[in-house]
Design a binder for this molecule. Sequence first.
Ligand code: PEP
Ligand code: MG
Length: 557
Amino acid sequence: MITLKGRSVYGGIAKGIISFYQRDEINITRLKINDPEKEWDRYTQAKNAAVEELRALRDKTAEEIGDADADIFFIHQMILDDSQYEKSIQTFILEERCNAEYAVARTSQILAEIMREGDSEYIRERCTDVHDASERIIRHLQNRSSVDFKLDDVSIICADDLMPSETAMLDKTKVAAFCTKGGSTNSHTAILARTMNIPALIGLGDVKLEDYDGMYAIVDGYDGMMYIEPDNDTIIRINRREEEEGRKRELLQRLKGRKNVTRDGREVEVYANIGGLADLNSAIENDAGGIGLLRTEFLYLQRDSFPDEEELFYNYRRVVEDMKGKRVVIRTLDIGADKTADYFCLDKEDNPAMGVRAVRLCLRRQDIFRTQLRALLRASAYGKLALLIPMIIDLDEVYRVKDIIHKVKDELVNKHIPFDNDVEFGVMIETPAAVMISDLLAQEVDFFSIGTNDLEQYTLAIDRQNPNYETVVPPNHLAVLRMIKLVCDNAHNHGIKVCMCGELGSDLSLTEILLDMQIDALSVSPPQILPVRRMIRSLNLSDRRQVHSNIQRVLHY
Ligand code: PEP
Ligand code: MG
């Protein structure tokens, strides 16, 4: 038996065969070529092989799925045959004496940039096809085949690290657990695992997980352990633990249908954080008081072209209708940083977490933003929908977003399309800037939602993806707790409510102090709802002096 220790980001026990996820990185550097003619031949051969492959793929898809789906390969073929595309590659190779890989990659980048500026949505959406088609040539130049990670059986996915888009693409019904060498508890992959109710370990350290591909393993998400080819004693011990945890879960079920009130009668809403329709059942099963955060970007990550307004509308309407009148807070697109999709053709930034992401991107790419807002507003006619804007740092952003919402509402009015004119409008408080102007923001919006995941990384100056996160940042840093208090005070002084939707909200050791600071609601991943509710129901906040002294002790006032 091999025993590995990591940090657990979500409890539970999983058993299965290890499947190692190998990311196929393409690294390209610019090289000076001595014989450009020979390099051009190399390119031509790779291109012909790519075109041949596309032709075969097109025929196979047409036969197995249908002509419409097969067309994409025809488009890729057309891109590779495009005279402008080829001319650019030729210039790089023959005139600038660059290596073929660089010539193709750079051409693809330039062409995508031009297309992104195009007027038609269709042309803009083709950026990703240029990228894909070019990648196919590069793979041939580098003699590599493309990876297609398919799971036949329920597996324990092991990886050095997983991007949110990669996680989102996996077939959830076949994933028993995630285990990664790197990662941090606040990373989106960890959040996805929690939302999906999947045991997950990160930080397994300096091990070659690929060596265990195909072996049987047990993941103990409670203790952060992974047992590869476990011995009998371990199997018996783990089975016992599984039964014990099952009994605890059953006890929690009794809370369903009961109010979330503290022993002295204060009501605190507990909502669910979800990433899309796939998580909706889990939110309902765990008796969520509503949806406190729908991360809309995941719908954009699981595909290779923009969803249209109808698809977005269908998704939002389903959530709102299925929640049957309960409040549904839908956050507008928070794309960028670690959550990217090629077809957005985002500019390459040295530090994308501090770059053009979330509302910054939406204000620049208003076509994408307006489509989403139109779908959201249309869905607001079918239930209790609230809009939430991520990554706000400035009042001006709020004014600009409000202005766009007004315009979209006018369009809907003109077309006689119904929507809720009083749809709530809130902002995420997830930057130190937003905290410091929360008194002003509170006068402009209907509610706040504190995103502690980003608030921690920007306040404590550590990337939330950094595998050393937990060793650098002390838990429950005083700076962050004080910020939460300031935001609650500013919000309440202006008569608006505060929810916390960051991961800190499910830290049961903090529930009491958060309620002492008057947080109004918590939004957590669905499996955390009942444990948080149990904690709320166990608290008694009636003794004001005790509350005051708790705040003084924890916040060092
Ligand atoms: C946060 O930053 O705390 C948050 C809830 O948003 P996300 O984790 O999606 O960035
Ligand atoms: Mg955030």
